[in-house]
Ligand binder design. Structure first.
Ligand SMILES: Nc1ncnc2c1ncn2[C@@H]1O[C@H](COP(=O)(O)OP(=O)(O)OP(=O)(O)O)[C@@H](O)[C@H]1O
Length: 573
């Protein structure tokens, strides 16, 4: 089942290049989708286009095809270092995906080169690559692109290279400084599945008299227009915080042969619950992906795409534009921080006319979110029948924390990050931090004790029973890491410390401001990301040890020590 129109490619007012038609034939794309039949002729007749079309409706080809056509039609041939087209996307994964689609088409046109400018790689390598092979088509994420514009000192004059820019396609992202570097004479296309105020600003700032295209789906029940794909079954379920994870595990155990994305609100929650799911949902491949990962992201993404079944535990880095084949379920363990992200997340399934399902887990006091989505996002949800065979897996998660300090730490970070993300929810009338039942939440996170954080200060939680185990005695499974910790504890015992105990009394949530400082201290120690110890944690320990030594030798004051002591990372997507 697909979602194409009756119009074949040869029904376009301008005949497409033979090479493009051949690739379309190879892909077996016989007909255009509605957004393609609307946008391609406009783009090719020099119009700016602002297109809003439902997720999975073929927006990528609606700009990839005109880009190649317009470059082919240029009177003056592009030189090696002249950029004729620029595509800007919000995430690396989406950039990678678009460059693969572009490659399928431009390999028939060897006169054109393309380059991918995305984070996670060494920028100097990008500069060298650009100088070596040139690039007529640039596909980039905004941060790396901006960085490249500023690298004149490394011998790359990207601002000059884009002077002959023909087409700019932007994929639903915020206004940013790169517009400043681009020539005014250009065609611009803006593609998104949702219309937000940010996008509206961008349409006004970056497009000239754009033609607005809106392709929406007819609702199934009525003639109402909805923003999500027509063949998407969109559900919600209500559970208390302490029951949510048990319900998720039961659901995943019942859908082992399918492919699921599970969205969490923060990187720390992905790290924690992802590990727990690896252990609890047996004989299923569980991958985790989030924005804090540096090197492994592309590989995980590619691996998951190729799987027939499996679970991808992720943050909103996977929410927009990602085209993973045959996703059966999109599970939103935590609702996203914005209503438009809800639509994008659901759109990872039911693509191009296929059937798909989505389920969001809501707390009892969040039920009004269902009405909000229906009105605000034209996204109606149905209540899911109760999930059967729910068993209590939380004692097992607690046992994991007792067996390995790394898991215990992850749980604490996840809890803190969740509360902080909750406090920043865009829809603060529904997601109110003061309504959160912290004891139930902590039970749902299978915590052994409550972390110190301002949100809990001065409150008592009789409904939460702390473990009887002294959590300071929990060891890291990773021997090196435990050795470091012991060393640090010994140093600590020998050193007259400031009155405030540096790990025990520091509020976890307050420590996050120091993340930037720790980043600058930079990871000298290269480490395999697959190991139990991640780079940042190990650096944190090494750095703490170094600081303690300095304090002991009298090289820094107690005050400086307090200021510099490194901290826990609580990181959002
Ligand atoms: N004309 C076509 N015929 C059949 N399949 C198509 C056609 N155009 C695109 N597709 C396929 O449809 C899927 C979705 O396309 P694409 O990723 O471009 O959607 P999108 O609208 O950009 O989605 P999102 O809003 O999530 O970014 C892809 O797998 C793509 O290969």
């Amino acid at each position: 089942m697909d979602n194409t129109t009756d119009s074949t490619w040869d029904s376009l007012p301008v005949k497409l290049n033979e090479g493009i038609l051949q690739t379309l034939e190879e892909l077996k794309f016989t007909h255009m989708t509605p957004v393609q039949s609307a946008c391609i002729p406009l783009f090719m007749s020099n119009k700016d286009v602002a297109a809003e079309a439902v997720t999975g409706s073929g927006k990528t080809l609606a700009f990839v095809i005109p880009i190649i056509e317009l470059l082919l039609k240029r009177e003056e041939k592009l030189k090696k270092m002249q950029v004729g087209a620029l595509v800007i996307t919000p995430t690396r994964e989406l950039a990678l995906q678009i460059s693969e689609v572009m490659e399928q088409f431009i390999h028939k046109f060897p006169q054109f080169t393309q380059i991918l400018l995305i984070g996670g790689t060494n920028p100097i390598e990008d500069v060298e690559k650009f100088k070596d092979q040139g690039a007529n088509i640039v596909i980039a994420t905004p941060g790396r692109l901006e960085d490249m514009f500023r690298r004149k000192a490394d011998g790359l004059d990207l601002a000059s290279a884009v002077r002959s820019l023909d087409v700019l396609a932007r994929y639903g992202i915020k206004v940013n400084v790169v517009l400043f570097y681009l020539p005014k004479q250009r065609r611009t296309g803006l593609f998104s599945a949702t219309q937000t105020q940010e996008l509206e600003k961008l349409v006004r700032a970056g497009l000239r008299n754009p033609v607005r295209i809106t392709v929406k789906e007819k609702g199934v029940a009525a003639t109402a227009i909805q923003k999500t794909p027509a063949r998407l079954s969109n559900y919600y379920t209500i559970c208390k915080s302490e029951d949510k994870f048990n319900n998720l595990v039961a659901f995943l155990r019942q859908h082992k042969h399918e492919k699921q994305l599970v969205f969490f609100s923060t990187c720390a929650c992905v790290e924690y619950y992802g590990r727990a799911l690896e252990t609890l949902v047996k004989k299923v491949t569980v991958h985790c992906i989030h924005g804090k990962m540096k090197h492994k992201r592309n590989k995980i993404f590619a691996d998951f795409r190729a799987l027939k079944s499996g679970i991808l535990v992720c943050t909103d880095v996977m929410a927009r534009g990602i085209d993973i084949p045959d996703v059966n379920w999109v599970l939103q363990y935590d609702p996203p921080s914005s209503a438009s992200a809800f639509v994008h997340r659901c759109g990872r399934t039911a693509r191009i006319g296929n059937q798909g399902n989505a389920l969001v887990f809501l707390l009892p006091m969040e039920e009004t979110y269902v009405n909000f989505l229906s009105i605000n996002q034209k996204c109606p949800l149905q209540k899911m029948p109760p999930i059967g065979d729910v068993v209590d897996v939380l004692p097992k998660v607690k046992a994991m924390s007792l067996a390995d300090r790394a898991m215990f730490d992850r749980g604490m970070r996840a809890f803190v990050s969740y509360v902080q993300a909750y406090a920043k929810h865009e829809c603060s009338l529904i997601f109110r931090i003061k309504d959160l039942d912290f004891a139930s939440l902590a039970r749902g996170f299978a915590l052994l004790r409550l972390p110190k954080m301002p949100e809990l200060r001065g409150k008592t939680f009789p409904d939460f029973t702390e473990t009887t185990v002294d959590t300071e005695t929990i060891r890291y499974k990773d021997k090196n890491r435990e050795k470091q910790r012991r060393k640090m504890l010994q140093e600590k015992d020998k050193t007259p410390l400031p009155k405030k105990n540096f790990t025990k009394n520091k509020a976890w949530s307050k420590q996050k401001n120091k993340k930037e400082r720790r980043k600058k201290m930079s990871a000298k120690r290269k480490h395999d990301e697959g190991s139990d110890v991640d780079d940042e944690d190990m650096n944190e320990l090494l750095n703490d040890t170094r600081l303690l030594k300095k304090l002991k030798k009298g090289q820094i004051s107690e005050e400086d020590f307090e200021k510099q002591i490194t901290s826990t990372v609580i990181n959002k997507a």
